[in-house]
Design a protein around this ligand. Structure first.
Ligand code: PEP
Ligand code: MN
Length: 357
C-alpha cells in the first residue's frame, strides 16, 4: 500500500488530531439536525451517524436505513459538516454514495469478514468513487485480517484509506468494553507507515468517563485523530447510550487533551537514545556471556551425571537478585519475570547438552 492518498485534500480536515463526531445511530431528523448543529458550532467538521446498525442480537434497533441519509444531507446543507456512515454491503455503498455521504467506514464485524470486505471494495470501485474509507479493526485481535481488509480496498483502487482502532472483544467483564491492545495499532503503523490511524475511544471504553483518558493515550502514541460518539441527549440514545456525550462535553474533552509535538527530537533526547542503544548492546553482551557459562555448567553436569534442575540453587538466586533489584529501585515482579525467562532458556540449553549423545 505505497501509493496511499490523504483522506481529504483539504488539510484543515486532516490536520492532527482530525475529529469525526456524531451519534452512534441516526434516530430521527430532529436528533440528527440538533446534534449536527451543536457539533458544527463547536468546530467539528465531520459528522458521523450509523444508518445501518450491526447488532449482536436481533430485535434491537437496527438503524433507520436510507431515510436517514436524507437527514444527513440536510445536516450538511444547514451546517457545512461533511458526513460519514458505516457500510457493510453493496446496497449500503450504493445508497450512501447516491445519498451524498462524504466518508465511509467499515465496521468491526465487517472487517472480520473477507467476503463482505471484497463485496464492499468491489461496490466502491464500481462507482469509480474517490470517497475516503476508514476500516475499523476486526472484533478479534488479528492484525493480518485488519491489513487484509485494507488491502482488498487498496487493490480495488481505493487509495484514500485510513484505519480506526476501536478495540477487541474479550470474554467476560472488563474495565473496557473492547480491549485496546495498543500494540496492535502500533504494529499496524510500523507495517503501513503512511496510513492514518484514528482512535475510537467510545467503543473501546463503552463508558463516557473513559473517553478523555483513552483519547490522551492515543494522542501520546501518535494517533492521527478520533471518531467519538456524540448525541444531543445521550441518555435517551437508541443505541450505545452509556458511551455517548453531548457536543458540549465533547468540546470540553477535546480541550483538555494535550497535543505533544512528535516531530522535534531535541539534542538531549538523541543523546539519551544513544545511551539506551549502548546499554542495550551491553545487556546483549552480558546475556550472551551468561548463556555460554550456563552451557559450560551443562557440560559439567553431563560429565558428572548431575540433574539439570537444582531447585535450591534457583530459589537462592532468585531471592538474592530480587532483593538487589529492589535496592536499585526496580520492581520485584519485573526482576522475577526477567530472571525466570533467562533461567528457562538456560535450563532448555542445558537439557539439550545433557541429552546430546
Ligand atoms: C459504531 O461505530 O457505531 C459501530 C457499530 O462500531 P463497531 O463496528 O466498532 O462496533
Ligand atoms: Mn456505537
Amino acid at each position: 500500500m505505497n501509493e496511499l492518498k490523504p483522506l481529504f485534500d483539504n488539510i484543515e480536515l486532516t490536520h492532527r488530531p482530525m475529529v469525526i463526531a456524531g451519534p452512534c445511530s441516526a434516530e430521527t431528523e430532529a436528533q440528527v439536525l440538533e446534534t449536527a448543529k451543536s457539533l458544527a458550532a463547536n468546530d467539528i467538521k465531520i459528522f458521523r451517524a450509523g444508518v445501518w446498525k450491526p447488532r449482536t442480537k436481533p430485535g434491537g434497533f437496527e438503524g433507520v436505513g436510507v431515510e436517514a441519509l436524507g437527514w444527513m444531507k440536510k445536516a450538511k446543507e444547514l451546517t457545512g459538516v461533511l458526513t460519514a456512515t458505516e457500510v457493510a454491503t453493496k446496497a449500503h455503498v450504493d445508497a450512501a454514495i447516491d445519498g451524498g455521504i462524504d466518508l465511509l467506514w467499515i465496521g468491526a464485524r465487517t472487517s472480520a469478514n473477507p467476503f463482505a470486505m471484497q463485496e464492499v471494495a468491489d461496490a466502491i470501485a464500481a462507482r469509480n468513487s474517490d470517497i475516503p474509507v476508514l476500516v475499523k479493526n476486526p472484533v478479534n485481535p488479528d492484525l493480518e485480517l485488519w491489513i487484509g481488509a485494507l488491502e482488498r480496498l487498496y487493490n480495488a483502487g481505493i487509495h484514500r484509506l485510513g484505519a480506526i482502532h476501536r478495540g477487541f472483544s474479550a470474554y467476560g467483564k472488563h474495565l473496557y468494553r473492547n480491549m485496546p491492545q495498543w500494540h496492535i495499532p502500533i504494529e499496524l503503523r510500523r507495517r503501513v507507515p503512511g496510513l492514518p490511524i484514528i482512535n475510537d475511544p467510545s467503543h473501546i471504553g463503552g463508558r463516557r468517563e473513559l473517553i478523555a483518558s483513552i483519547s490522551q493515550q492515543a494522542l501520546d502514541m501518535g494517533f492521527d485523530g478520533f471518531i467519538i460518539e456524540s448525541h444531543c441527549d445521550p441518555d435517551q440514545a437508541w443505541s450505545d447510550k452509556s458511551q455517548q456525550v453531548t457536543p458540549e462535553v465533547l468540546d470540553f474533552i477535546l480541550d483538555t487533551l494535550v497535543i505533544r509535538d512528535q516531530t522535534s527530537t531535541t539534542e538531549s533526547l538523541q543523546q539519551l537514545r544513544k545511551q539506551i542503544d549502548e546499554l542495550d548492546n551491553e545487556l546483549l553482551e552480558v546475556l550472551g556471556k551468561r548463556m555460554r557459562v550456563a552451557c559450560e555448567i551443562g557440560q559439567y553436569k553431563k560429565e558428572h551425571r548431575m540433574p539439570v534442575l537444582q531447585a535450591g540453587r534457583y530459589d537462592d538466586l532468585m531471592s538474592n537478585r530480587v532483593k538487589s533489584a529492589e535496592e536499585m529501585g526496580m520492581s520485584p515482579e519485573f526482576m522475577r519475570k526477567i530472571l525466570s525467562a533467562i533461567h528457562e532458556e538456560s535450563v532448555r540449553r542445558q537439557v539439550e547438552i545433557v541429552n546430546r549423545l
